[in-house]
Ligand binder design. Structure first.
Ligand SMILES: C[S@@+](CC[C@H](N)C(=O)[O-])C[C@H]1O[C@@H](n2cnc3c(N)ncnc32)[C@H](O)[C@@H]1O
Length: 491
């Protein structure tokens, strides 16, 4: 998600807090490298919380954090909430869930509930995108983004041997802007357009409606069924190019056949587990009910020892790391959903042909401690008013590529390359020049700004209101059928 950097307090005073105030790992910084991430260490222990009360009698160990340089932020976060924080419906639900379970839930479970709980999840009931929403994404910044990905799709379709029918799958289409621009941009390629069967993988009823409108379908997006799987609603037809459009709750529900898949900012919304190295081994960060005296309803705690998730997911990730990498990462994030998705995409692509383009903020390596919460374009505490802020995590593209390789499917992964490289190779410069030919002065200025945001690498300036460039932070990976050869522009 595109957002501005939040200034860090430059004080090096150490602040030990109870986890009721544990914020996102970047402390509100949209880090572009390990070095930029805030250094902090979490300790297992029973130190006193801000109120002076001992925390050692907690069923799990409370995380205490050296929040070097973050005192201002913490004061800011707490200072705004006199007394107990307002309890959102989702906070209430989570507290009940934790009490019912008889113990804390994993961060991955928390993230899933926060984003996609059917009644109160962040994505489920409203439009969260754009300048009036919580964050802005590339398809909203400029039509050029979807148009250029359309070129990528046409070239891949040609490389696939121009199948007469191809499933164009978008994972997590948000407002539907990317697909609408892709359809408009490729309408001139008649054979491609008539081969297309569009399949949108989307869990949010509210966003399905927005997507349906954007694609000029007659009916609103069909409701996901109570079980989470879709009823057999027939396809709608897009008024943009007459292409059939069908919605699904998961990739597994999309019919088999040659496939071109696009996932833009989808992987970063999939739930992550966080593990922390302690003297007891790798413990897991969990979400528990906060004590009555805390201003918060929820708090982060550490498991007493390695959890099932640590033994399964973390163990697997550690196997691919060098000793140095393990040492340099006191906190490790693992996203089982991204691994499963990469395997499912690989299996389908290997057997049916095609490719998947995954674009996200992330790197070709382990994601340390990156989970962050954003509300109205500002970073907030991870546990703040659950359901009202977006949660997302840096994508570990190395793990995605390993999953594709380990699937045993006839596929090859390519990249990551930066968004700058991807869009440049797809012809963004030529496209800008073409659009500038007929643009008014105002339009020309907007175009230039959009271009800079998409491909630039400039830091943001909060005071001047200029957001950072997304060109280097965002990366693209393709998983494609081996026999097709390297996909453009990964040649
Ligand atoms: C960060 S938004 C990205 C939206 C869009 N691709 C864009 O770039 O503007 C994530 C999207 O994935 C959807 N989503 C999140 N988790 C999902 C899941 N588990 N299954 C299907 N869709 C999901 C959200 O509703 C939303 O449409």
């Amino acid at each position: 998600m595109e957002h501005e950097r939040k200034g860090n307090a430059d004080s090096d005073e150490k602040v030990v807090v109870d986890n009721a105030g544990l914020g996102n790992s970047r402390g509100g910084v949209a880090a572009t490298s390990e070095e930029e991430r805030l250094s902090h260490q979490a300790h297992v222990g029973g130190e006193a919380g801000p109120s002076g009360r001992a925390l050692s009698d907690s069923p799990e160990n409370v995380i205490t954090v050296d929040r070097t340089g973050l005192q201002k932020e913490l004061e800011h976060l707490h200072g705004q909430v006199p007394g107990k924080e307002e309890e959102t419906p989702l906070a209430k639900h989570l507290k009940t869930l934790i009490k019912f379970r008889g113990g804390p839930i994993t961060l991955a479970e928390y993230m899933k509930e926060v984003l996609t709980n059917p009644s109160d999840g962040f994505y489920m009931n409203r439009d969260v995108f754009g300048t009036k929403g919580d964050f802005v994404t590339s398809p909203d910044i400029s039509q050029m983004f979807g148009e250029l990905l359309g070129i990528w799709a046409v070239v891949l379709w040609q490389q696939m041997g121009q199948p007469r029918e191809v499933n164009l799958v978008e994972l997590g289409p948000g407002r539907g802007a990317l697909m609408a621009d892709l359809m408009r941009g490729t309408a001139q390629f008649g054979a491609f357009t008539s081969a297309l069967r569009v399949h949108l993988v989307e869990v949010s009823p509210a966003l399905r409606d927005l997507q349906s409108k954007k694609l000029q379908c007659q009916e609103p997006g069909p409701r996901p069924s109570a079980s989470g799987r879709d009823t057999d609603a027939g396809p709608s037809v897009s008024g943009i190019s007459g292409v059939p459009v069908t919605w699904h709750s998961s990739l597994e529900d999309v019919p088999r056949g040659p496939m071109i898949a696009i996932g833009h900012e989808f992987l970063d919304a999939l739930p992550v587990h966080q593990f922390q190295r302690t003297e007891l081994g790798w413990c897991e960060r969990l979400v528990d009910v906060a004590p009555d005296w805390s201003q918060r309803h929820l708090r982060l705690v550490l498991s007493k020892g390695p959890t099932v998730a640590a033994k399964v997911y973390l163990k697997k990730r550690l196997e691919t790391l060098s000793i140095v990498e393990q040492k340099n990462n006191p906190v490790i994030e693992v996203c089982p959903g991204a691994v499963d998705l990469a395997k499912e995409l690989s299996k389908r692509i290997g057997e049916d042909g095609g490719g998947a383009l995954l674009i996200d903020y992330g790197d070709d390596k382990l994601a340390g401690d990156s989970l962050q919460a954003i509300k109205e374009h500002k970073f907030v505490d991870l546990l703040h008013a659950p359901g009202t802020a977006d949660l997302s995590a840096w994508v570990d593209f190395a793990a995605v590529k390993t999953a594709a390789a380990e699937s045993g499917a006839d596929v090859q992964s390519y990249g990551p390359i930066t968004q700058t490289q991807l869009l440049a190779q797809l012809g963004i410069n030529t496209r800008v020049e073409k659009l500038l030919e007929t643009a008014t002065e105002e339009e020309a200025e907007a175009l230039e700004q959009a271009y800079l945001r998409l491909v630039g690498d400039q830091p943001g300036d909060e005071k001047a209101g200029t957001p950072p460039g997304m060109g280097a932070k965002y990366k693209a990976v393709v998983i494609a059928k081996k026999a097709q050869g390297p996909p453009f522009p990964f040649t």
